[in-house]
Design a protein around this ligand. Structure first.
Ligand SMILES: Cc1cc2nc3c(=O)[nH]c(=O)nc-3n(C[C@H](O)[C@H](O)[C@H](O)COP(=O)(O)O)c2cc1C
Length: 134
């Protein structure tokens, strides 16, 4: 199983409705393709963790990379994993980050996220907060 984390730059004109539409198709497609993960939008950038069978993750990333609602998709972590970090979520998203904080804490406790990943995700969320984005 493959797990990829990427960051990208959101279209500056992106609206809440666009985020809702992204989540709708992500959740539908990912449930169909047995992909799971989490998406964070900090007001400026996306960070997404996508995990599942390698060929399905690659195919999905190809589609996401071509999506004009963001640009500059850059992978920040790619690794083979034995178990999913976000097994229960076709695409976890929490606009207030609160549930995500809890989930990150839980994952850190059971040891699925290493220290570096956890720091990266937390800092990403904190950057958006500091700029007053939600
Ligand atoms: C930040 C971001 C994250 C996305 N994540 C996913 C995803 O996890 N799964 C997915 O199928 N599409 C995702 N998409 C949407 C795809 O780029 C693409 O629009 C969609 O897969 C097309 O499928 P549809 O025609 O069924 O809507 C994402 C788009 C963006 C901008």
């Amino acid at each position: 199983m493959l797990s990829v984390i990427y960051v990208s730059v959101a279209d500056p004109l992106i609206r809440d409705e666009d985020i809702a539409a992204i989540l709708l198709s992500a959740r539908r497609n990912n449930a169909r393709d047995s992909l799971t993960g989490a998406l964070i939008f900090n007001g400026h950038n996306f960070m997404q963790l996508l995990e599942g069978p390698a060929k399905d993750v690659e195919r999905c990333l190809d589609a996401i990379r071509r999506d004009t609602r963001h640009s500059g998709l850059t992978e920040v972590r790619r690794r083979a994993v034995e178990a999913r970090d976000f097994a229960g979520w076709s695409m976890l998203y929490d606009p207030d980050f609160e549930g995500l904080d809890e989930e990150l804490a839980r994952l850190a406790v059971i040891g699925r996220l290493d220290e570096q990943d956890e720091r990266m995700l937390r800092n990403f969320v904190a950057l958006g907060r500091r700029r007053g984005a939600a």
